[in-house]
Design a protein around this ligand. Structure first.
Ligand code: NAD
Length: 264
């Protein structure tokens, strides 16, 4: 299977090059990063520490690929993905921080090709989301829900896409409005409304990502957490998504389609 990479010189892009180079199922067809990036023109494999692959880092996707994996920025995704879809590539999109209109533009490509957009490709985070939805339904109004996420200091968006997805899981289980989210707190806040979901973003050093959902009840507390030790869980999840998406018909897919419904 041939892969095209968007954001290839980034933290996720480099690890995708390393782990895909070690998997005989994959061959990298193109690797794209932003115009002006110092790495443009370098061999993508050498750049990632995987040894030369004969593919130079470019600023546009000029050849076809079976699947394009995108870990770049919302603006880059919107600018580059339509041409990739036009050449028939399935799209695995891990970029986060889309504005609603940008996300709609990417989703619209599902008319032409298979598209999977996920804020988190980790299998363990997928399980966390299922557990959080179940806990929120079981605890209902008896629990105040706060979500704490930690990421590295260079992360571009806050709160993380995963924290927002976790909040959506709670909101859907409890029938809450997304407007009930509050991002951090300061000043004279008054009492906490019962139907509010608090989101808190910490940014420290090189943290690859942690999420904790706190269910606070009177006299007790339940916390469900995931901690990434490095980026491999996200990368392996995206590569697995590429394998599964390649031969599917055009349409919008989710992690549910890949992992399966599982037992409740
Ligand atoms: P990063 O900043 O290290 O990498 C992003 C890369 O995209 C950079 O090399 C940058 O130069 C490149 N880029 C920016 N503009 C571009 C353009 N116009 N054209 C081509 N390339 C461009 O960030 P990262 O940590 O690798 O994360 C990338 C994205 O993936 C972020 O949105 C992050 O939140 C998300 N992410 C998602 C998951 C997941 O599982 N879905 C996991 C980790 C990170």
């Amino acid at each position: 299977m041939t892969l095209g990479l968007l954001g290839a010189a980034g933290r996720m892009g480099r690890r995708i090059i390393q782990l895909s180079a070690a998997d005989p199922a994959f061959r990298i067809a193109f690797a794209v990063d932003r115009p002006g990036a110092a790495e443009i023109g370098q061999d993508a494999g050498t750049l990632a520490g995987a040894g030369p692959l004969g593919v130079r880092l470019a600023t546009t996707a000029e050849v076809a690929a079976d699947v394009v994996i995108d870990f770049s920025s919302p603006a880059a995704s919107v600018a580059l993905l339509p041409a990739c879809a036009g050449r028939g590539a399935a799209l695995v999109v891990g970029t986060t921080g889309f504005a609603p209109d940008q996300r709609r533009q990417v989703e619209a490509l599902a008319d032409q090709v298979p598209v999977l957009i996920s804020a988190n490709f980790s299998r363990a985070v997928y399980v966390l989301m299922r557990l959080v939805a179940r806990a929120a339904a079981l605890l209902g109004e008896s629990a105040d829900v706060e979500i704490v996420e930690r990421h590295h200091r260079s992360k571009a968006d806050a709160p993380s896409g995963t924290a927002l997805r976790l909040a959506e899981c709670v909101a859907a289980s409890r029938g809450l409005d997304p407007d009930s989210y509050v991002h951090g707190r300061s000043g004279h806040t008054g009492a906490r409304p019962r139907d509010q979901i608090g989101l808190h973003a910490l940014r420290t050093a090189d943290n690859p990502g942690e999420h904790t959902v706190v269910f606070g009840l009177t006299g007790e507390c339940l916390e469900l957490s995931h901690r990434a030790l490095n980026r491999d869980g996200f990368v392996l999840g995206a590569l697995d998504a590429a394998k599964q998406l390649a031969n599917r018909p055009a349409g919008l897919y989710s992690m549910d389609d890949l992992v399966g419904p599982g037992g409740d």
